[in-house]
Design a protein around this ligand. Structure first.
Ligand code: GP9
Ligand code: MN
Length: 821
């Protein structure tokens, strides 16, 4: 009797500790969100532990007479089952792990018969039933004797043992692969939660500061000054102040941002407007104004409007220029006063001269409903800086006559006097006191790429003329009667305008933006400011340095100049500078992807879940069109049904046309564009283009520039590091780097791979044993081995940490990790 009791205690202790261990194991899987492996027959441990877990639960049932505990155990059990199986089903349909946030997606699963049957293998379904039935039986059979209990234990073990044996014998390779993949960490761990990147853009916390709301309900007058560089503030030429009005403005009721930089790309003036009003980076080529006028935007203009402001834009040039007429509607201006509204003004250079333009604008402002937001763009000081004899009282030294430098000085002096006159007029017409005026330059006037400019500027400044001198633009927020003047040293740029001004205006920044409120950044912060043109992509200016990235994207080849002396300093190449450059590139990329895919609204409306996301896959289908006559659209359907969503195809270039066939059989020739059109009819299927080393640029041009919609489903393979920059220039997706024939040193390649964003790395079997591969494997990047067609090879590569394969014959069978021939 006593003995039985003791034995029972020991048994109980033993089983409870097993229960604890199983729970830990389950918990571990939960933490990794790797729930599905619990019911995959590829996870050896789950075979062992799942029955133990079940047994422990049944033991608690059979030894508990307390109903509450029983219900609690049942509840935990059901939650675990539901989670495991929901995740498994989700994985099948979306190739990603289920998260709570995405659980709502269940409602919109494609209805292809029984969801359970589609997503689960028969063994998994049997397992599900065993789980349910054991539970029901054990739950209701409350007075189980120990001997009954032992029977259940033995038979459950038995069932599992047989299952392991059967599936193991049927495919021992898969089981051994599973065991190794279990211990080496599952290849699916590198799946990222891409959605979160977009999610992180919204609901930024507003940090208040001493300027928050100081200009609440005031009119906001923004003056964007053509080609105005800050280097000329507080400077004289031939004993005359060049910018006397702006100089004195800085000293009364103004915040003056001394280290403010232009960030424009190819869209010059229009980019300056776009960045300033939206706090987004410009795109890499052309201007957002011409490429994306139909997008949804939500920047300063719309936020002002929502707060009861009347918004209008003023510019003395043709309304069609830079697509402004259309773009201003998208941005949300109530009215655009283009050159049509300035027909009486005198013309200098491009159009109506600044003095007349600003004078007339001040009269228009007086007629506007208040409060108003006015966006004013000046024009006269545009290259080639035409002058008239009376425009400036600065007399040029004879050596500067008829030079860009000389005429520029006279032009900005003229602009300064026009602004002075404008402010006077506001004082007279009574708007001044109730307005705040934000003034900044759109971009540089004296380009560093013109040697003559560099010579004159270097002589004038008495030091080398560098990027920070060229890209520095003034930014003044003049707030009559509201603040004491202050000069702010923080390194900042046009991207920061929106959050800074909104905070001052006391307007909620309920939108997506990429800048920061300058007044909340420590003045000695080392953040870097850069744009998409005028310095190589990824270059930046920060408080101490000018960092210029190298075209080969190898960080060691970047150039760094000390801002204080203008000297190049190699020794300062530090990780911190690399990281600033990387962070900047990331931001530009993200901003661009929001613009290119028109995502502002979906992100704000939480609809981002419906977006396409490309992620590396375990298997890539070699979809080479080999001129055998098969019906490619049938084949497309069948490989997609097999579970692929990445297809690789070789590309051929003949007579300026890309083909995916090699013209052996002209009848069946198929152009790349036709093929991509066909693929794009499928949801979430992407094409990897291979063999393009000799014509990368042409390919990018034809896809990125001429067929941008099709380019979104293309993942280019790169064969030269130098082509990497062009990915961004031509707006292509993140590439796969093929390391087969790179001519760089291993050191350089490894540095490149760790520093740059890549979709994956690919390598052919013949190159696999190189030292390079061994080093790449440790970088934790997704690696594809090409042309792996048999499972033995697959297991071999998987065991040494390779995550993906291009293949002709291996296919997915229901889910990611079960592979069968
Ligand atoms: C013309 C003007 C010119 O309307 O804004 O822009 P830019 O050439 O400097 O880009
Ligand atoms: Mn301009």
């Amino acid at each position: 009797m006593l003995l039985r009791k003791v034995q029972k205690r020991i048994n109980m202790f033993y089983l409870l500790s097993l229960f604890g261990i199983s729970l830990l194991f389950y918990y571990n899987l939960f933490a990794k969100m790797n729930l599905s492996s619990l019911i995959d027959y590829n996870s050896f441990l789950s075979f062992l532990l799942t029955p133990l877990f079940l047994l422990c639960i049944s033991f608690i049932y059979s030894n508990t007479y307390d109903k509450k505990i029983k219900y609690l155990v049942l509840f935990v059990y059901i939650v675990i089952l539901v989670l495991i199986f929901s995740n498994k089903i989700y994985m099948y349909f979306f190739n990603d792990y289920l998260s709570f946030q995405r659980a709502s997606m269940f409602g919109i699963l494609p209805n292809t018969g029984s969801i359970l049957y589609d997503a689960l293998t028969s063994i998994q379904i049997i397992f599900l039933f065993i789980c349910i039935i054991t539970n029901i039986v054990l739950f209701f059979k409350s007075r189980f004797k120990l001997k009954h209990y032992r029977k259940i234990m033995i038979s459950t073990f038995g069932i599992y043992f047989i299952m392991v044996l059967v599936s193991g014998l049927a495919n021992y390779e898969i089981v051994s692969y599973s065991i190794t993949s279990f211990f080496s960490g599952s290849s699916t761990n590198i799946y990222e939660k891409k959605y979160d990147v977009y999610d992180s853009l919204k609901n930024k916390e507003i940090v208040t500061n001493e300027y928050t709301g100081v200009a609440k309900d005031k009119n906001l007058i923004i003056i964007q000054c053509e080609s105005l560089q800050s280097i000329f503030l507080n400077r004289t030429y031939n004993d005359k102040e060049i910018l006397p009005n702006l100089n004195s403005l800085i000293n009364e009721d103004s915040l003056y941002f001394k280290n403010y930089f232009t960030q424009v790309g190819w869209g010059n003036t229009s980019d300056a407007e776009f960045i300033t009003l939206n706090s987004f980076y410009p795109v890499i080529m052309e201007s957002v104004y011409s490429r994306f006028p139909k997008n949804y935007y939500r920047g300063v203009t719309k936020l002002l409007r929502e707060n009861g402001y009347y918004t209008s834009a003023f510019h003395g040039y043709l309304k069609e220029f830079w697509n402004r007429e259309i773009m201003y509607k998208a941005i949300g201006f109530d009215k655009f006063y283009s050159s049509d509204y300035y027909s009486n003004g005198k013309t200098i250079g491009w159009g109506v001269c600044d003095v007349d333009f600003l004078d007339t604008t001040a009269s228009y402002l007086k007629e506007l409903p208040v409060p108003f937001g006015a966006f004013i763009i000046t024009l006269t000081s545009h290259v080639p800086f035409d002058t008239t004899p009376d425009m400036s009282d600065i007399e040029l030294l004879s050596k500067h006559e008829n030079t860009l430098f000389g005429r520029y000085i006279q032009n900005i002096n003229y602009l300064d006097s026009a602004i002075g006159g404008f402010i006077e007029k506001l004082k007279v017409n009574g708007l001044y006191e109730n307005s705040i005026i934000a003034i900044y330059g759109d971009h540089q006037g004296l380009n560093i790429s013109v040697p003559e400019n560099v010579d004159y500027m270097t002589e004038y400044l008495g030091k080398p003329y560098l990027y920070d001198d060229m890209l520095g633009i003034p930014f003044i927020i003049h707030m009559p009667g509201l603040i004491e003047s202050k000069t702010i040293d923080t390194t900042c740029g046009q991207i920061d305008f929106l959050p800074t001004i909104l905070n001052i205006m006391g307007i909620n920044n309920d939108t997506i933006y990429f800048g920061e409120d300058i007044l909340n950044i420590a003045e000695d912060s080392d953040r870097g400011i850069g744009g998409t043109a005028f310095m190589p992509l990824g270059s930046f200016i920060n408080k101490d340095f000018i960092f210029l990235t190298s075209v080969d994207s190898i960080l060691e080849n970047s150039k760094i100049y000390l801002r204080s002396s203008g000297k190049e300093v190699k020794s300062n190449l530090t990780d911190r500078l690399y990281n600033i450059s990387k962070e900047l590139m990331e931001k530009i990329k993200l901003s661009n992807s929001v613009t290119e895919k028109n995502l502002i609204k979906p992100i704000l409306d939480n609809n981002i879940i419906a977006l396409n996301n490309v992620i590396p896959q375990f298997l890539v289908c070699n979809f080479n069109y080999d001129t055998d006559h098969y019906d490619y659209s049938e084949r497309l359907k069948s490989v997609i049904k097999d579970g692929y969503n990445l297809l690789s195809t070789k590309v051929y270039y003949r007579n300026e046309i890309f083909y995916i066939s090699n013209a052996l059989n002209v009848e069946n020739e198929m152009t790349l564009i036709d093929f991509l059109k066909e693929v794009s009819k499928q949801k979430d299927v992407y094409v990897i283009l291979t063999g393009t080393a000799d014509f990368t640029l042409d390919l990018f041009r034809i896809l990125g520039r001429e067929n941008p919609d099709l380019a979104t489903i293309v993942i280019p393979e790169l064969y030269k590091l130098e082509d990497y920059q062009n990915i961004r220039v031509f707006n292509m997706n993140t590439p796969i780097l093929c390391v087969d024939e790179l001519t760089k040193t291993n050191e350089e390649i490894v540095n490149f791979i760790s520093a740059n964003e890549l979709f994956a790395i690919s390598i052919s079997k013949r190159n696999f044993n190189s030292n390079l591969v061994k080093r790449i494997v440790t970088l934790n990047k997704f690696i594809y081995v090409k042309d792996v067609n048999d499972e033995g090879e697959l297991i071999f590569y998987t065991n040494i940490g390779i995550s993906g394969f291009y293949t002709d014959s291996l296919t997915y069978k229901k889910g990611l990790s079960s592979i069968k021939k």
